[in-house]
Ligand binder design. Structure first.
Ligand SMILES: NC(=O)c1ccc[n+]([C@@H]2O[C@H](COP(=O)([O-])OP(=O)(O)OC[C@H]3O[C@@H](n4cnc5c(N)ncnc54)[C@H](OP(=O)(O)O)[C@@H]3O)[C@@H](O)[C@H]2O)c1
Length: 294
């Protein structure tokens, strides 16, 4: 039977907003637990999704949220640790609780968001925690599907928009990991993959790497984002030890732009070896990003 109701954890976020909209368009009943219904109201404005104030780290609350749902989608993730919000708590303990609550509520289908290069022995704490969660999900006995995107772009991304903003303020950009390679994937394509997977029995037990059609070096992405704003800063690649020190210094800023853990993640190229799944042709960065960056 087709999936008719889904609980989307992280549904107010960048990926979540796109996915919730697509699910609503498919007439799926969507429930979105959130720490802030105010934020959810803004994020999901005009969508017929139901936002529910909840502590998703509480198994009992989760089980109540999941009761009667056909599937659970877990998109919750952080790029930087802050206070008690550690990679272990958000990327490992939370998926463990999601699995426990799904079992308790009798929900069989789970779609889980990981990240490309996630592995228990990965180069960064971020990737290791995502890798640990994949192992939990794979061993859960649920009808699970895992998604592993490279960096995701789209109108509200915090990646290309950040570079475009930085280029506005400075003619010279010292850049860490300038030669790191990425294969950016459009947020709308990521959301479409989730929707396709929900009702595709063949995707149960699978793990999908998600990449756009082209590989770029970080310095090319920065130059591209800047050029979309009519800027052409001088990009100065930093030698690795300097880049490490820059990342360490940036950890002291109130807004985290870069951490040593991000530096470790970028020691490994974020590129795919396989085609995009479900017969979808992923969008080209050049066809989408100029519309929102300019
Ligand atoms: N964006 C990318 O380029 C990218 C690339 C690879 C993988 N991913 C993965 O994709 C997922 C979604 O990414 P995104 O960019 O959409 O993230 P996002 O915009 O930061 O949204 C994440 C959502 O998760 C919830 N959340 C965050 N921290 C939480 C915490 N400590 N406890 C409970 N809920 C929390 C938030 O919901 P409320 O505030 O409403 O509670 C938030 O809306 C993440 O797992 C991320 O690791 C993203």
């Amino acid at each position: 039977m087709a999936i008719q109701s889904v609980c989307v954890l992280g549904g107010t976020g960048f990926v979540g907003r796109h996915l919730v909209r697509l699910l609503c368009e498919q007439k799926v009943a969507v429930h979105v637990p959130t720490r802030s219904t105010g934020k959810a109201r803004q994020a999901l404005a005009s969508l017929p999704a139901k936002a529910v104030q909840a502590d998703v780290h509480d198994v009992a609350q989760l089980a109540r949220l999941f009761a009667g749902m056909d599937a659970v989608i877990n998109l919750v993730g952080i790029l930087h640790e802050q206070g008690g919000q550690t990679f272990q708590r958000v990327h490992v303990e939370l998926p463990r609780k999601v699995i426990e609550a799904a079992r308790a509520a009798g929900v069989g289908r789970l779609l889980h968001m990981s990240a490309l290069n996630a592995a228990p022995d990965g180069p960064s704490a971020y990737l290791r925690s995502k890798g640990e969660a994949e192992q939990l999900v794979q061993a859960s006995g649920l009808q699970a599907t895992i998604f592993r995107p490279s960096v995701i772009f789209g109108a509200e991304d915090s990646f290309l928009n950040l570079f475009a903003r930085m280029a506005k303020w400075t003619p010279v950009l010292p850049l860490a990991c300038a030669d790191a390679r990425f294969q950016p994937v459009w947020v709308e394509d990521v959301a479409r993959v989730y929707v396709q997977s929900l009702n595709d029995a063949d995707s149960i037990g699978q793990r999908y790497d998600l990449c756009g059609p082209q590989v770029y070096r970080l310095r090319e992405l920065v130059a591209f984002a800047a050029a979309c704003r009519g800027r052409h800063p001088l990009i100065v690649p930093l030698p690795s030890p300097v880049a490490y020190l820059q990342a360490a210094a940036m950890e002291w800023l109130p807004v985290k732009l870069m951490t040593r853990d991000n530096f470790y993640s970028m020691q490994q190229d974020s590129v795919c070896k396989c085609a995009f799944p479900f017969g979808i042709t992923p969008a080209r960065l050049e066809d989408i990003a100029p519309q929102y960056l300019s």
